[in-house]
Design a protein around this ligand. Structure first.
Ligand code: B12
Ligand code: SF4
Length: 598
């Protein structure tokens, strides 16, 4: 093994903590431990394997959630490699990523620890100051810098020439090599590298290490990565133009070509019948590029449903193109607020509501299977009353479009943190008051005790208490509206309402515990553990509300197994080639065969 890539939970070790994380993960497939790893871990691994570096991926967060007694240190002990990489891509991993880095150093003091991802890039100087971290690779494209680093370590050559690397000299001086590796397109890598994943499950004899999130086998969504970087500049987004310039040294989004995207979709359809989500508006590289993509997609006849998102209004001509090119399609639109002035400040959909509604109407008319509309609480210019208007606006949409189960609404808080490098983080004139600036402040905040303490900001228009209370009020209002309109069933409505009520009751109890002497807090918290767990799921949005219709997970597992089995002859050939001089490798091949038989 040359490199082991680890994905940590948000908090290390969350199994010993009682934290009310609330609805922070209600609108994403992960739980609030954010067990989904950055898709780029697969492209790093695939690129390195193609360059003859054995690279393994281990989703520790998934393993810990799946089995509460999973022994992380024991698992790490079994993994031997000169370098362990850990993603600190999303800032909510600040606690977990550094916790796992420290554990790796304890278990393997001789190994080097490498961190990477958007947050590690932003905080590289603070990250490298941690004694357990040896390297940080900055930027949004680290596949080639990773190869350069492994080559330099293997050959003992100077680290000064490894692009994007922050490192320490033997004397402990920190050196930040410039971020010079910022490729203009995404065609030179496999991303997402599904071929690598299906092959690696086989090669490393573990499915559990690779699974992206807890419910993946039941609900196996997959994605196409349109670009790294975005052509938009939304205030709240660390993945905006400003964000990528400041965090990753990128001046323009790097696009993946339509040809590659369609090839990715075809590859996905070979092992999965589930919907494919395309990250970023297909039109961000221009309309001709989008037309080429859909034309090729149609010719390829990909049977999977395609889920797209759009960043600016669209009409029937565009949706007609999508309809003609796909077997089925769905749409996500994040307008954040029903108030056009607030949208204008944020930077997306700065158009009147009539234009938004024309877009919705056009999509529904052109056969959109599911249309999810997202709103946010905590925006610049948003008072509690303005946020609550979201419920009235959605009622208006129900009246305008009738009870159409395809059109659904969701709200989520901006949180727990402001994205570093976003305009909200950088520009005080937008009215965000940062409570935390350093990585350490964010790391500490993740311990709660509630998501109100985690919130990294207040605004000119809302205090933290108001952001929390308003988020729940908007969520409760939408939950009732959807139920009354027949858009969700009684069970979903009751679950969300119950979790919301439990959250309301639990906040004051946790506040009271926080006032207890330190020694009395833990037993008191443990009594509340069950309540907190309830409040941490589906307190705004029902667990399955956001799922696109898909065939059963078992079918997908079977397809995955079949795809893996198809790799068998190649594996046997590899095994035979190695057999000549390597008895131990031959034994491993026999074990792999055993896996397939099983
Ligand atoms: C797609 C996406 C998602 C997908 C996840 C897809 C996935 N598995 O990667 C979904 C929708 C699930 C998602 C969820 C979340 N997201 Co998001 N997401 C994005 C989005 C739109 C694109 C990301 C992207 O282009 N990635 C491609 C590149 C940049 O990353 P990558 O290929 O995976 O990894 C490369 C580098 O980052 C680096 N790298 C990453 N990890 C490591 C590790 C090592 C060791 C090394 C060396 C390098 C390295 O090298 C990789 C290969 O070159 C961005 C916005 C944007 N325009 O960027 C937001 C963004 C990344 N998300 C963000 C956030 C906050 C979240 C959530 C925490 C939101 C929430 N509260 O629910 C969750 C966390 C989910 C989880 N972990 O479970 C913020 C991050 C800001 C920050 N610094 O923390 C962003 C910037 C904007 C935003 N607010 O949405 N997200
Ligand atoms: S929120 Fe805005 S800037 Fe961020 S990825 Fe979406 S469109 Fe781009």
């Amino acid at each position: 093994m040359d490199l082991v890539l680890l994905h940590a939970p948000s908090v290390w070790d969350f199994r010993e903590e009682v934290i009310l994380q609330g609805p922070l993960a209600d609108v994403i497939p992960s739980t609030d431990e954010f067990e989904m790893y950055p898709i780029g871990l697969t492209s790093i691994a695939s690129y390195l394997e193609a360059n003859n570096y054995n690279t393994r991926l281990v989703n520790l967060a998934y393993r810990m959630l799946r089995n509460r007694r999973f022994d992380v240190a024991a698992h790490l002990r079994k993994l031997k490699a000169p370098v362990f990489g850990i993603d600190l891509h999303w800032l909510p991993h600040a606690h977990g990523a550094l916790g796992i880095a420290r554990l790796v150093k304890q278990v393997h003091p001789e190994a080097k620890v490498l961190l990477g991802g958007l947050s590690a890039s932003w905080y590289h100087e603070e990250v490298i100051a941690d004694p357990s971290v040896d390297f940080v690779l900055r930027g949004d494209s680290t596949e080639e810098p990773c190869r350069q680093l492994l080559a330099a370590l293997r050959e003992g050559s100077p680290l000064g020439s490894v692009e994007n690397l922050t490192w320490k000299t033997p004397q402990g001086r920190v050196v930040s090599n410039p971020v010079t590796f910022v490729p203009a397109n995404l065609d030179w890598i496999d991303v997402p590298a599904y071929d690598f994943m299906t092959h690696a499950v086989f090669k490393y004899r573990s499915l559990a290490d690779f699974l992206p999130y807890l419910e993946w086998l039941r609900y196996p969504s997959t994605m196409l990565l349109n670009s790294r970087g975005c052509t938009y500049n939304c205030a709240i987004c660390g993945g905006s133009r400003t964000g990528y310039r400041l965090v990753a040294g990128r001046s323009a989004a790097g696009m993946r070509s339509p040809e590659k995207l369609v090839a990715d979709a075809e590859r996905i359809s070979s092992f999965s019948k589930a919907p494919i989500f395309m990250v970023h508006d297909p039109r961000i590289g221009g309309i001709p590029r989008a037309e080429t993509f859909f034309d090729l997609y149609r010719k390829a006849g990909v049977p999977n449903e395609l889920v797209i998102e759009i960043f600016f209004p669209a009409g029937r001509d565009f949706f007609d193109l999508v309809r003609r090119s796909t077997a089925a399609w769905s749409l996500q639109i994040t307008i954040e607020s029903p108030d056009p002035d607030i949208r204008k400040v944020n930077g997306k959909f700065p158009v009147p509501n009539t234009v938004v509604e024309d877009t919705l109407a056009a999509a529904l008319d052109e056969g959109c299977g599911k249309l999810d509309l997202f709103f946010m609480v905590g925006l610049s210019g948003q008072t509690p009353a303005k946020a609550l208007e979201t419920v009235d606006y959605c009622r208006h949409l129900v009246e305008r479009f009738g009870v159409d189960e395809r059109l659904q609404f969701y709200a989520a808080p901006l949180g727990p943190f402001l994205d570093p490098g976003s305009r909200a983080f950088e520009d005080p004139t937008l009215g965000f008051h940062r409570r935390f600036v350093t990585l350490e402040e964010h790391r500490q905040a993740l311990l709660g005790p509630t998501w109100r303490e985690m919130l990294a900001y207040e605004t000119d228009w809302m205090s933290r208490n108001e952001i929390v209370a308003t988020t729940y009020a908007v969520g409760a209002g939408l939950n009732d509206l959807k139920f009354e309109a027949g858009l969700i069933d009684a069970r979903t409505h009751a679950t969300v309402a119950r979790h919301f009520a439990v959250a309301q009751e639990t906040f004051p109890k946790l506040d009271a515990i926080a006032r207890l002497p330190e020694a009395d807090r833990r037993p008191a918290l443990e009594i509340l553990a069950e309540q907190v767990a309830e409040a941490n799921t589906a307190s705004l949005v029902g667990e399955h509300e956001l799922e696109w219709k898909t065939s059963a997970g078992l079918r997908v597992t079977w397809l995955l197994a079949r795809h893996t089995a198809a790799a068998l002859p190649r594996e046997i050939a590899h095994g035979a080639a190695r057999f000549a001089g390597r008895y131990d490798t031959a034994i491993a091949q026999v074990e792999r065969l055993g896996l397939i038989v099983a």
